[in-house]
Write a protein that binds this ligand. Sequence first.
Ligand code: HAM
Length: 422
Amino acid sequence: MKAIKAVRGMYDSYGMDSRLWGRLDRAWGQIMHAHAYDQLRSPIVEPVGLFARAIGEVTDVVEKEMYVFEDRGGEKLALRPEGTAGVVRAGIEQGLLYNQIQKFWYAGPMYRYERPQKGRNRQFHQMGAEVFGLNGPDIDVELIEITAQLWRELGILDGVTLQLNTLGQSEERAAFRGQLVEFLNSIRSQLDEDSQRRIDTNPLRVLDSKNPDTQALLANAPVLSDFLGEESIAHFEGLKAGLESAGIRYEINPKLVRGLDYYNRTVFEWVTDHLGAQGTICGGGRYDGLVEQLGGKATPGVGFALGVERVLLLIEAMEQIPSDLGRDADIYMMAATDAAEGQIRAMARELRAAQPELRVAVHHGGGSFKSRMKKADRSGAQMLVLLGDDELAAQTVTLKPMQGQGEQRQVAQAEWITQIKS
Ligand code: HAM
């Protein structure tokens, strides 16, 4: 029979990829814990209207990338294309947002029907954070600091650049939009089809067109920063000052508008040139109008999401995979005879309790001494812990450094864990 394959653009993760992902999970969980953010778990499936209303009807995501279906009861649902809308929906529905400060994080799969290529999948994963109830730029700074700390811990900070822009408030953007549309109409016939269409639907998106001819034509376009009011400017200045005092470098990119419509004031992206066309590993910003837009009481919000697959690709591209991920276990525990089986398992329990960060494998499946040794070797473990008849009689245990790293020695059973530590 013909084997069934995974859906195009959706991948199995295993082996090194899965180990590296586990490491990212642990680093992320630790950072969120240390910053006192709470995890919010919301459904992968939501009413389709949630995304249309939150992300915007005329965005690529809503227009052409959502997985939409009817359930058996005829309700129109969508697989979530991003995490923010669901978090806001949950926050309103559970009464978590009004008159309080909330700091949430989430992680999980997202779905977009895009053309698959390296770093662009139809099922991909995000880790993100969303904060509600805070108006000042200091929280924007904290969120960006969190991302920078994660890059540092993963060894990729040198490979990424922080791009920053402000979109101002909606009235400011409306004034700018009017002038921009006027300008774009004056060069309409020279623009590509996509940009022509966007003049009428989503003119700000013309600004981040990937077409170099379009970019050249935009040189004389009006700029949003000329339309910003005092408050928006002060927020942006506060953000920049906060980043500077945190030692985080940034570039201002006036063309950065983001692909989702809910943003205002701060927007940012972390980009890299190690990954070709899919160079944005993380994006975020403020969405002070979104809670109200989804039926809640006006509450400011700000957040970001990183793309797990892209971050993993970048760690690989920058050769930052930690060497210990290459081995199946750190310590291999082996009984040389059946009589020692029970005791070697008890010792493994003891070691796991004493050194929880170590990966301790016990030999299973019996076999001759030679074949046991072969398996121990193949595991890549740094140390073999061996218990046979001699050791049982002498109340010792043999510690054998593997991978040619030293001489084996027998130590008293009372002190073998201390010996492993050293
Ligand atoms: P986004 O820019 O659409 O923002 O996605 C965030 C990140 O998810 C991107 O920077 C990218 O790394 C990753 N990503 C997006 N699409 C794909 C794909 N098809 N394949 C692989 N990775 C992908 C958001 O989703 C916002 N909700 C972020 C946010 C949170 N803003 C405020 N709060």
